[in-house]
Design a protein around this ligand. Structure first.
Ligand code: V47
Ligand code: SF4
Length: 372
């Protein structure tokens, strides 16, 4: 007999490792206390990752802010003739690579706008340039929205473009652009870009080619509990089929300088609830990331006890959140990251993009290798 979910029935399921369903997800959203969410999510987090809190040493590259789309939540984009518009030159891009190497970065996170005048070859060229000069740096590049754009402007299928870019140095895909899959909500915030089906199609194609990827969810705007739970269940279903997702990153909407600037930013309570519910619903994801740039350092630290096991990295040169009012610092040192993690009662472990442990040369920390 099917009975209404309760926190006791959900607790029994979580502790016996039984998957939660949609009704249980909705119960967690609408009726569970923050305390109960934290207790349950922390149990899952410790089952999967023990006391480890992962971080990486990375740098961001946003090659252009010119974008053909006009997502209402975006403070980063610019029109072609906007005085803020930029498109990085090869020299600018190589300088970012040199900086990344000098800092001992293992990863470069590359995402940007869909430039109305730039051919797909330019996006591939960026990878070629970086990979040929700095082959040790993993290139986590282009959101599904960008891959879908490449398909639209070339009329070539995404799998073919992905395979070609992999030859050029592509290492994996970031999780951006997922926003909320529900078509009505999506229509209000990003009407014209890749819809939920197209986003999922790109990630499935990447996984089938052996490329790993991440997934995100943008919350705190027009969506409600049903939309968030359905978004998580859709990701869980794809992960059941491919196993290609590495980490899930809930992204809190930052309203400043956007066309939705009248809306409030989600509270820390909403952030922690979303992280915990994500951890509980996504039983087939190994990692949940508390992206400190988006959450702020204090909430990210607390999130390590609410289901999150990863803080992302040193970051450097982040633009998307800083344009939208993030007051987090532009970068954080490795020592500070490690100190924050230890203070939160966790064990800091440096990873590369694929969650392999990284070993640093004690006499020269910019030199690194993958631990055996
Ligand atoms: O796709 C844009 C979001 C994403 C705003 O894969 C905004 O490891 C809130 O996906 N307020 C890009 N969110 C960032 C992203 C990401 C970040 C860190 C790690 C990884 C990863 C991926 O940021 C966009 C969009 O969903 N976004 N503007 C804003 N005003
Ligand atoms: Fe363009 Fe991405 Fe901003 Fe949307 S979120 S306007 S696709 S840069």
């Amino acid at each position: 007999m099917n009975s209404e979910p309760s926190i006791e029935s959900i607790r029994d399921k979580v502790f016996s490792g039984t998957r939660l369903g949609r009704e249980e997800g909705l119960y967690l959203e609408k009726s569970a206390s923050l305390h109960d969410l934290g207790e349950l999510a922390n149990a899952v987090r410790e089952r999967k990752n023990g006391d480890i809190a992962w971080y990486n040493v990375n740098v961001h590259l946003n090659p252009t802010n010119v974008c053909a789309y006009r997502c209402t939540f975006c403070a980063f984009r610019a029109d072609l003739k906007d005085p803020r518009a930029y498109r990085m030159s090869d020299d600018d891009i190589l300088a970012r690579g040199a900086e990344a190497r000098a800092r001992g970065c293992t990863e470069m996170h590359i995402v940007g706008g869909l430039h109305n005048k730039a051919p797909v070859d330019w996006y591939r060229h960026i990878l070629e340039l970086m990979h040929s000069h700095y082959p040790e740096i993993h290139l986590k590049a282009y959101t599904a929205v960008e891959w879908d754009w490449f398909e639209r402007i070339t009329n070539r299928p995404v799998p073919e473009i992905l395979a070609e870019f992999r030859q050029a140095g592509l290492g994996s895909l970031p999780g951006g652009g997922a926003e909320i899959f529900d078509p009505v909500v999506r229509g209000k915030i990003c009407e014209h870009k890749a819809d939920g089906g197209a986003w999922l199609k790109v990630h499935e194609a990447a996984h089938r080619l052996g490329l790993r990827s991440n997934a995100t969810m943008l919350y705190g705007h027009h969506e409600g509990p049903e939309h968030r739970i359905d978004h998580l269940l859709t990701l869980r279903e794809l992960q059941d089929r491919t196993g290609g997702f590495q980490t899930f990153i809930p992204l809190a909407f930052h309203p400043e300088n956007t066309r939705m600037a009248h809306m409030p930013k989600p509270s820390s309570i909403a952030d922690l609830r979303t992280i915990a519910i994500s951890r509980l619903m996504l039983d087939n994801f190994d990692h949940i990331k508390a992206y400190w740039i988006m959450l702020g350092i204090s909430t990210a630290q607390i999130a390590l006890s609410y289901g999150a096991d990863d803080l992302d990295g040193t970051v450097v040169h982040e633009k998307i959140y800083h344009e939208a009012g993030s007051t987090s610092p532009q970068e954080i040192t490795v020592n500070d990251l490690r100190r924050l993690i230890v203070e939160a009662g966790r064990e800091p472990v440096e990873r590369d993009t694929l969650y392999r442990r990284v070993q640093r040369d004690q006499s020269n920390p910019a030199r690194w290798s993958i631990a055996a």
